[in-house]
Design a protein around this ligand. Structure first.
Ligand code: MRU
Length: 351
């Protein structure tokens, strides 16, 4: 990719509001099938989040907002249905705080509108969900602008999981930083961890970056240390699902190991995330709820068994990287550096 490359458009439509319902690209079928799912009720949106048709912290926030709008559109009794709709969507996945942030934003709006005619309430909720989606793309562009200067020219960027267009409404957080660095003319390439067990790196990050023409090398997770030691990796950039007030970062399981290896090898470890991923109500990452997913994700690959029948399995979907391994947190409002207690609060207070 040369310096004149401009990635002006989001490379993929992750989620859209349409007259037929909420349309999402089915992320369980990528990279070999590009199929779209139309959710026609809020329960179908909840199922899509639960089953990872849509995944990634900002994307599931947008999906939840659209789910609430869809539920409102189909409700004859908003006062009793809105709390139930919000509760159903909130139960889908526990770790990414963007989900709860989006639900709260929709609920607060609904409560402020309670006394206007129901049709107007429905229209306002639909407009709000669409605004959350549009804002997310703009936020990712700003994260990209703030993060691109940190990416060393002429080096490789290592990333884990998928924090790209697919994990957001478009452009991506970690991949947004990479895309913006390419737009600046930096000569970089990417190493993508495959991200066992759900393979977001192999299936989704590799797919997105290949489509953009950004040079990408897929590695298995256990190769990261080897390459971090080699001197080839200029920095690590990952996304986040929830960031505590002290800068501890919950992200896809395996992130913690990458962060420790990065520090050991003096490679900067950057986290790219919107302000909506901050959870300043939590003093540290110790209280971030970690989702435990089904054992078949570990024991099977596309339905093919890999392990002995009946083996015990642990499958935490996320881990928490302590703040001492995080070189900086890149947000749409600027770049936070340690000590995070002050810098993150400062960004939150910034208009
Ligand atoms: O289980 P997933 O695929 O939803 O996990 C996604 C991640 O961990 C991402 O890195 C995170 O949500 C940031 S996405 C911009």
């Amino acid at each position: 990719m040369n310096s004149s490359t401009v990635l002006a458009q989001p490379t993929v439509e992750t989620i859209e509001w349409t007259p037929e319902g909420v349309v999402m690209i089915d992320q369980t079928r990528l990279p070999h099938e590009t199929a779209f799912v139309t959710c026609r009720s809020y329960n179908e949106v909840a199922d899509a989040i639960r089953t990872m048709v849509i995944r990634g912290a900002p994307a599931i926030g947008v999906a939840a907002a659209m789910g609430i709008a869809l539920g409102a559109l189909q409700s004859d009794d908003l006062a009793s249905d809105i709390p139930l709709i919000c509760e159903t969507l909130a139960k889908t996945r526990p770790t990414a705080v963007n989900l709860f942030w989006a639900i709260d934003r929709m609920r607060v709006l609904y409560l402020s509108l309670k006394d206007i005619p129901p049709d107007q309430i429905r229209a306002r909720l639909i407009a709000e969900a669409q605004a959350i989606r549009a804002e997310d793309i703009a936020i990712n562009r700003a994260i990209g602008r703030n993060g691109a200067p940190l990416v060393p020219d002429g080096k490789t960027v290592l990333t884990h999981c998928n924090a790209g267009a697919l994990a957001t409404a478009g452009f991506g957080t970690a991949l947004g930083v990479i895309r913006a660095a390419v737009e600046l003319g930096k000569k970089i390439d990417v190493f993508a961890d495959e991200t066992r067990p759900f393979l977001q790196g192999a299936r989704l990050t590799a797919w997105e970056l290949q489509r953009d023409g950004i040079e990408t090398t897929l590695i298995t997770d256990n190769m990261a240390g080897h390459f971090l030691k080699s001197g080839r990796i200029g920095c690590v950039v990952v996304g986040a699902d929830r960031i505590a007030a002290n800068g501890d970062v919950a992200n896809k399981v395996g992130t913690y190991g990458v962060a420790v290896l990065a520090k050991e090898n003096n490679v900067p470890f950057y986290v790219a995330a919107p302000i909506s991923t901050l959870d300043l109500s939590l003093a540290s990452g110790d209280s971030i709820p970690i989702e435990e997913r089904a054992s078949h994700e570990v024991t099977h690959l596309r339905g093919v068994p890999l392990a002995p029948h009946g083996i015990q399995v642990a499958n935490p979907a996320f881990d928490v990287t302590p703040n001492r391994y995080v070189s900086a947190i890149i947000t749409e409002r600027g770049v936070a550096r340690p000590p995070y207690l002050d810098s993150l609060r400062g960004l939150c207070e910034k208009a």
